[in-house]
Design a protein around this ligand. Structure first.
Ligand SMILES: NC(=O)C1=CN([C@@H]2O[C@H](COP(=O)(O)OP(=O)(O)OC[C@H]3O[C@@H](n4cnc5c(N)ncnc54)[C@H](O)[C@@H]3O)[C@@H](O)[C@H]2O)C=CC1
Ligand SMILES: C[N+](C)(C)CC(=O)CC(=O)[O-]
Length: 491
């Protein structure tokens, strides 16, 4: 049975939360009095569906059910997580908690998306303050993992643990903020940078576009992978952090920032900023800008996944959970019917796998088939621990046939057969499908090697036994169409 979340307030952030829950298999019940809410959430969901599945290297679960409700009481029925994302007004948030707590489960977690209010302020006048915590997300909620989880002493250890477990299971990174403070941790930085940027525009030093270039061409990329302190530690050179602080400490007393002052939001300043922003980005609709942003985020986060670093490591851990929940085979002993091909890849086509023809580019077919071979190696016992002992496989030969096109977001599967395995050699056959459509086949010869001598070496007894079991069981299948085909053979 699916888990259920209630989304109270379905604007920019509530829509993102709805997508995060739905695409992780939760049923989602929305309450928002805006008559346009259904359309707006639909558009956010469209963008989430085209970007979020491509962030994973495994398939997301079956999408949950989305429903819209006329009252808050109806929306919170049966919900074990209630996410409040109404406008940032304390009296409104108080009213919302009073209404929803009359009907929601007493054990449900009530998370608030508030950017700035402290949880103790939110808990004031609530019927059950112990249910309410800050769970502050970052836009787009369906892609960015960070959640600032800010409790008070009124929240039990059990509620905090349940909140962390749920957020982690949604592929997020709950940062437990142990002392409440206005604007939590991350928004204090965003506010500082925002103030400084407003001054730079107001004083005519830089345009909105120049400020954005200053961020995205340099330190923005650096922050995405190491944050602030680790970056500055490296900047201190061999002498490290102490040297960095000695060198740049005095600058803090120089007039490098105007952080304590805020320029007055006169009509003139607002028009200046809005006009420059229109000139910079007005050629794109907001939904187009969201898609551009999502493509960039997915591509950058996938690069971090390849390094298993920072946000990428969080995503990889989520993939491991998802593929275990989806019942993907990880070891020969998990195979239930060895007579059939083994599903070694199940995933969506991500944005960075497309080319100028608008379909999956040829090198990514090899990428997917190589992932399938890696998974087969793991299944037969050639996993990271085995490789650390000095044995592995090298691919000696590959033949790929491209049979049909595949596009962004398509759910693909690779089914794998072991055609032959003897001594030091295994012969694999992969078929890639989208539904029942055969997209491509790949035939590989892999040689078992010693990583010490870099020369062929016999299989370990465990690998030999697993390969023999699979090969024998699959030998009843017909020879695959196209096996042994050479390049240029008539079709
Ligand atoms: N926009 C952003 O970048 C971020 C915003 N937040 C926080 O998320 C919360 C929501 O902000 P946004 O989504 O940006 O605002 P928004 O204005 O886009 O959405 C708010 C939604 O709440 C609905 N609403 C108003 N009264 C309601 C009520 N009584 N019951 C249910 N729904 C109601 C509105 O119709 C609207 O759809 C705020 O607390 C904000 O601080 C957090 C992270 C980032
Ligand atoms: C501008 N903001 C304070 C609403 C920003 C956030 O709260 C987080 C974000 O997504 O940047």
């Amino acid at each position: 049975m699916s888990n259920t979340a209630a989304i109270i307030g379905g604007g920019v952030i509530g829509g993102g939360w709805a997508a995060r829950f739905l695409l992780n298999g939760w049923d989602v019940r929305v309450f928002d009095p805006d008559p346009e809410a259904q359309r707006k959430i639909g558009e956010v969901l469209d963008n989430a569906r085209r970007s979020m599945p491509g962030l994973s290297d495994t398939a997301l679960p079956q999408e949950g059910r989305l429903s819209f409700h006329d009252t808050m009481s109806e929306a919170v029925q049966g919900a074990e997580w209630i996410q409040e994302s109404v406008p940032e007004r304390l009296e409104l948030k108080h009213k919302v908690y009073q209404t929803l707590q009359a009907d929601c489960s007493e054990t449900a977690v009530i998370g608030s998306s508030t950017s700035g209010f402290k949880p103790s302020e939110l808990q004031d006048c609530a019927t059950r303050p112990e249910q309410i915590v800050v769970t502050h997300p970052f836009n787009p909620v369906y892609l960015l993992p960070l959640i600032e989880l800010v409790p008070t002493e009124k929240n039990s250890a059990d509620l905090i643990a349940r909140a962390k477990a749920t957020l982690t299971a949604l592929g997020m990174y709950p940062l437990h903020v142990k002392k409440e403070i206005d604007a939590h941790i991350a928004d204090r930085f965003l506010e500082a940078v925002w103030r400084e940027a407003l001054w730079l525009v107001k004083d005519g030093i830089a345009t909105t576009e120049e400020i954005d270039e200053a961020i995205r061409m340099g330190f923005g990329i650096r922050w995405a992978q190491m944050g602030l302190f680790e970056t500055y530690r490296v900047a201190g050179g061999e002498a490290g952090m102490k040297h960095f602080m000695a060198q740049f400490g005095p600058c803090l007393k120089w007039p490098w920032t105007k952080l304590m002052d805020v320029p007055e939001f006169t009509d003139e300043l607002v028009d200046l900023i809005a006009g420059q922003s229109d000139a910079q980005s007005g050629q794109h609709s907001i939904r187009e800008l969201e898609r551009i942003r999502d493509n960039n985020l997915v591509s950058m986060m996938r690069a971090l996944k390849a390094q298993n670093w920072g946000a990428g490591a969080v995503m990889n851990a989520h993939d491991v959970r998802l593929s275990a929940e989806a019942g993907m085979v990880r070891h020969a002993s998990d195979i239930t019917d060895a007579t059939q091909p083994i599903t070694t890849v199940r995933r969506a086509v991500p944005v960075d796998w497309l080319d100028y023809n608008g379909h999956m580019t040829e090198s990514r077919y090899l990428h997917a088939f190589a992932d399938a071979s890696d998974r087969l190696m793991e299944i037969i016992g050639c996993d990271q621990d085995y490789i650390a002992t000095g044995g592995s496989f090298f691919t000696a030969e590959t033949h790929i046939r491209h049979i049909d096109e595949t596009h962004l977001g398509a759910r693909i599967e690779v089914h794998t057969r072991v055609l032959m395995a003897e001594g030091k050699k295994m012969h694999l056959w992969h078929e890639m499908y989208a539904g029942d459509t055969l997209l491509a086949t790949a035939e590989h010869i892999l040689i078992h090697v010693s990583l010490e001598t870099r020369r062929p070496a016999p299989f370990s007894p465990e690998i030999a036994a697993n390969l023999e079991m699979i090969c024998k069981a699959q030998s009843g299948l017909e020879a695959p169409e196209g096996v042994g085909r050479y390049v240029g053979a008539p079709r």
